[in-house]
Write a protein that binds this ligand. Structure first.
Ligand SMILES: Nc1ncnc2c1ncn2[C@@H]1O[C@H](COP(=O)(O)OP(=O)(O)OP(=O)(O)O)[C@@H](O)[C@H]1O
Length: 245
């Protein structure tokens, strides 16, 4: 089957500081992949560069065999919660409805069916009761659920999430992971920047281990090994001492 995402020889930097160097990998449909690596490894920059939010110096990126701008509506992106202005005066339902703009068209106003789609996505995330709540008045975990509802409403084929589990409680973590597993079982493709090494093996079937370049990529059993992790993190990882395999 054709790749959902193909990345070849990708380089990116901030001014003169190289962040991504010669990044090459391919994501197949129906997979759930954790993007793992130390702080500053370039995980967020990778997502932003793939999604044309950060310039690439060189390299090729194709989604479904096309450039990002041609297939945008098939890709749902959930940025890091901290990168968003949550004081912006809008409510949860509007945030989700705005995610539908690719479908609505920029010149048309959302109609009743769009609001219904958005409500359904909020309900799936257990957030229906908060539809009319200003987003500044939601907890971190609730904001994260609204963000995921927005991506769900978009009905994308590929979902890219930047640390969706950061700072959320155990219930929200469960809701989010169940949702991602369900998307996978529906044949969708999901890529998640993930920090908690303890849960990688439980939650994900594939791992892309990144430290400026791809250190390992494959099934969790292949890529998430002691050897590969120490290559990515250096000898600094105490947690590795207790890890088998
Ligand atoms: N806007 C920016 N301007 C300059 N340098 C930046 C900027 N954003 C990130 N960087 C630098 O680029 C490198 C990669 O950052 P990035 O946020 O992509 O890493 P990350 O793997 O997502 O890190 P973390 O796990 O801490 O979120 C870091 O050294 C960071 O300091």
């Amino acid at each position: 089957m054709a790749a959902v995402l193909e990345v070849r020889d990708l380089f990116a930097s901030y001014r003169k500081n190289a962040v991504l160097e010669d990044v090459t990998f391919e994501i197949r449909p129906g997979t759930l992949t954790a993007i793992v690596g130390p702080n500053g490894a370039g995980k967020s920059t990778l997502l932003k560069t793939l999604l044309d939010q950060h310039p690439r110096l060189s390299g090729d990126v194709s989604f479904f065999g096309s450039a990002f701008r041609k297939v945008k509506s098939r890709i749902g992106y959930v940025p890091q919660r901290g990168s968003v202005d949550w004081d912006f005066p809008t409510d949860a339902l509007d945030v989700v409805t705005m995610g539908l703009y690719g479908k609505i068209g920029w010149l048309r106003r959302p109609g009743r069916t769009h609001k219904e789609l958005a409500m359904r996505a909020l309900s799936e995330m257990g957030m229906a009761d908060y539809a009319g709540r200003q987003i500044s008045q939601l907890s971190g975990g609730q904001q994260q659920r609204v963000f995921l509802a927005r991506a769900l409403a978009q009905d994308a084929e590929l979902y890219m999430l930047d640390e969706p589990l950061a700072g959320v409680d155990a219930v929200t973590e469960r809701v989010i992971m169940d949702t991602l597993q369900r998307l996978k079982s529906q044949g969708k493709t999901v890529m998640v920047v993930h920090h908690d090494l303890q849960t990688v093996e439980d939650y994900f079937d594939r791992v892309l281990l990144l430290n400026r370049t791809v250190v390992a990529h494959g099934t969790t059993a292949e890529a998430f090994t002691r050897e590969r992790l120490s290559a990515a993190y250096g000898g600094m990882l105490r947690w590795l001492e207790g890890k088998s395999g």
